[in-house]
Design a protein around this ligand. Sequence first.
Ligand SMILES: C[S@@+](CC[C@H](N)C(=O)[O-])C[C@H]1O[C@@H](n2cnc3c(N)ncnc32)[C@H](O)[C@@H]1O
Length: 226
Amino acid sequence: MLVHSGHAVARKFFNPATAPSYDTIVSITTFGQDARWKREILELIGTANAVLDLACGTGILTSLLQRSVSPPRFVAGLDLIKEYMLQARQKADLPLTQGTAEVLPYRSEVFDAVVSSYLAKYVDMDLVAEECWRVLKPGGIVVFHDFTRPSRQAIISLWGCYFSILRFFGTFFRSWQVVFNELDSVISQSQWVAKTQQALRRSGFKDIVTTHHTLGTAAIVAGRKP
Ligand SMILES: C[S@@+](CC[C@H](N)C(=O)[O-])C[C@H]1O[C@@H](n2cnc3c(N)ncnc32)[C@H](O)[C@@H]1O
């Protein structure tokens, strides 16, 4: 299996100890913004019929994707970590595959949309973009969402305070301690927005649009396969 340096970080953060409490932690630590960001993703893909949730994790977005249209659309999920997928399995009855986003185990041109929440900073985006291009039908949409380091000075100060508080809580929530300690530097060092825009352009995607959310703490990059 292909190994990227981001895989080691992902395996450190997402493991059997963090899987059971992931949904609660992501909702509390984003002050509910996670649900808002995921609704933006749903809006971007509209009624797309066959959707792949890349890095589906515990299946929060995966199950929303399935339930948000009637009749339910076809949704598949892929993730690196088995314990996270076991949580997803409890939410929705759909095809889940363990693997890496850089080498997709799907036939070419089978999906109308590929979406992904919090994956971009852990992967080789050139490979992921090429694979998304391959599995998307013509006209298909790709959407990447992840955290970003804010750029406005006042917000950077708030962001610093927020992670200091999170590090303090990490002393009580030991399974999350390493995430609370290291997530801010992983986000700061990641150039995922620029890398994703570049990788999508290189793969041939058009209509690439980037939107920034919640005081610049998250972004969504979307593109269309002509
Ligand atoms: C923060 S969780 C997000 C899960 C889900 N997308 C959500 O929004 O709740 C990040 C997920 O990315 C997965 N991941 C990280 N690197 C990956 C890779 N190379 N291929 C597939 N999944 C990966 C992790 O296993 C983890 O489940």
